[in-house]
Design a protein around this ligand. Structure first.
Ligand SMILES: C[S@@+](CC[C@H](N)C(=O)[O-])C[C@H]1O[C@@H](n2cnc3c(N)ncnc32)[C@H](O)[C@@H]1O
Length: 245
């Protein structure tokens, strides 16, 4: 195989934070203001794109659950194409690009194509959700371990490592768990966590529509079933929920 020819342009994978545009980093704002091309996802907070140059090419490549707007391979091709034309590309992702952001595949394809790539971290949704509740996810009296995992079903089943999730003195933050909240809560209790352990579904953290539905592993599923949830949501489980505001 021939050696890839280094492209003149480059791609920055940039974290946009969980929604509040003020949680954008200074570096993200600077790169957005300089970018020729910005590829952005659905969960980009309103106001974040205001940092783009007026003449920048903005491409929505967002995905909705079960409805992928643009195939991942097409996103790779777009980034490679624009970088090879010598353009500065920002690939803007919600939260932190390296947490459930498909950054791994994008980095691999860019490197394989000889495109220079850099990552700019962002505030992940778990941090945004915890901050607005004044919640220390690793409160030293209550939790020594923070587990970040996904509640997204793989091939229709919840493929979680229940034994490790049910260890004592840890906090769980489960992304993409809105549709599986009931199954997760039931699974955690079935594998040994107390039914009265605090659990909270956080919707649209750091945005004006932010909502925290707090209960226990036993009560939360009914609360979630009775509440229309439109925004992105994650589940927090653990004793630390008894602290904060
Ligand atoms: C594909 S993952 C992307 C995560 C992102 N890279 C991050 O670091 O926050 C999308 C999931 O992140 C969570 N999420 C993103 N923004 C959120 C927000 N503002 N409030 C609550 N959960 C959020 C939800 O679980 C959503 O289904």
């Amino acid at each position: 195989m021939p050696e890839p020819v280094p492209a003149a342009g480059r791609v920055h994978l940039v974290g946009a934070g969980p929604g509040d545009p003020e949680l954008l980093t200074l570096k993200a704002a600077r790169l957005l203001a300089a970018a020729d091309v910005v590829l952005y996802d659905r969960l980009i907070g309103e106001g974040v794109l205001d940092h783009c140059r007026a003449d920048a090419e903005r491409i929505f490549v967002g995905k909705r659950r079960a409805r992928h707007r643009m195939p991942q391979a097409a996103i790779h091709e777009l980034m490679i194409d624009r970088a090879r034309r010598g353009l500065d590309v920002v690939r803007l992702k919600g939260g932190d690009p390296l947490i459930f952001g498909r950054a791994g595949e994008e980095i691999a394809s860019l490197l394989a194509a000889g495109v220079r790539v850099e990552v700019v971290p962002g505030v992940t949704a778990a941090s945004g959700a915890a901050a607005e509740r004044l919640l220390s996810l690793t409160h030293r009296d209550l939790s020594q371990t923070l587990v970040i995992t996904t509640g997204h079903r793989q091939d229709g089943s919840l493929d979680l490592d229940w034994a490790s999730l049910c260890r004592p003195r840890q906090t769980l933050v489960i992304y993409m768990s809105h549709y599986t909240t009931a199954a997760i809560c039931a699974g955690l209790v079935a594998h040994g966590l107390p039914a009265d352990l605090p659990a909270c579904l956080v919707e649209s953290a750091t945005l004006p529509a932010s909502r925290h539905l707090g209960g226990t592993l036993a009560t939360l599923p009914d609360m979630v079933a009775a509440t229309p949830i439109d925004g992105p949501a994650l589940l927090i489980v653990g004793e630390v929920l008894a602290t904060g505001s």
